[in-house]
Design a protein. Structure first.
Length: 165
């Protein structure tokens, strides 16, 4: 079975620039062609359309294995928010009260801070899982090692002990 679909768009670059994209799906074949001007002004639409075409052709797995035969359910990945929490301790592993804990978003360079509780605990809520962050603590001129909270880490509850030396 061979399916062919073609869509035409008017390019935002002007009336003389016509955008054209077509794809053809066959037995294991998937081709995509796009004019250069179309790609430069509509690349997000192009990529979305190609992914959906590949999913409908069965060329890409969505990770669900509930059935080997039949339609594949499309699942979106929602990274969302995470909680970063833990304890600030000194070199003898005694919890430190009133230490300042910092978390820095490496994309926006914004820094948030939290003062640790009497038992040394700290917590940051609504930390974007799609971005990398740096985490460290300071108290009385001493600083902990900088820890990385990676966007590749899928944990919604990230627990980290910070040792101030």
């Amino acid at each position: 079975m061979r399916l062919k679909a073609e869509r035409r768009f008017t390019c935002s670059e002007g009336p003389n620039a016509r955008c054209r994209i077509s794809h053809e799906m066959g037995t294991g074949n998937l081709w995509a062609r796009a004019s250069r001007s179309w790609f430069h002004c509509h690349r997000t639409v192009l990529l979305t359309w190609l992914v959906l075409a590949a999913l409908s052709a069965g060329a890409v797995s969505t990770g669900t294995s509930s059935s080997l035969i039949g339609p594949v359910a499309l699942q979106a990945q929602n990274l969302g928010q995470r909680v970063v929490r833990g304890t600030v301790v000194d070199s003898n592993l005694v919890p430190l009260a009133s230490a300042t804990v910092f978390i820095k978003d490496l994309k926006t360079k914004s820094i948030r801070s939290f003062t640790s509780a009497p038992d040394g605990r700290y917590q940051f809520t609504q930390v974007n899982m799609a971005e990398d962050h740096e985490l460290w603590a300071e108290k009385d001129g001493k600083k902990s090692a900088v820890k990385t909270v990676s966007s590749w880490d899928a944990r919604k509850d990230f627990v980290c002990e910070l040792k101030v030396k």
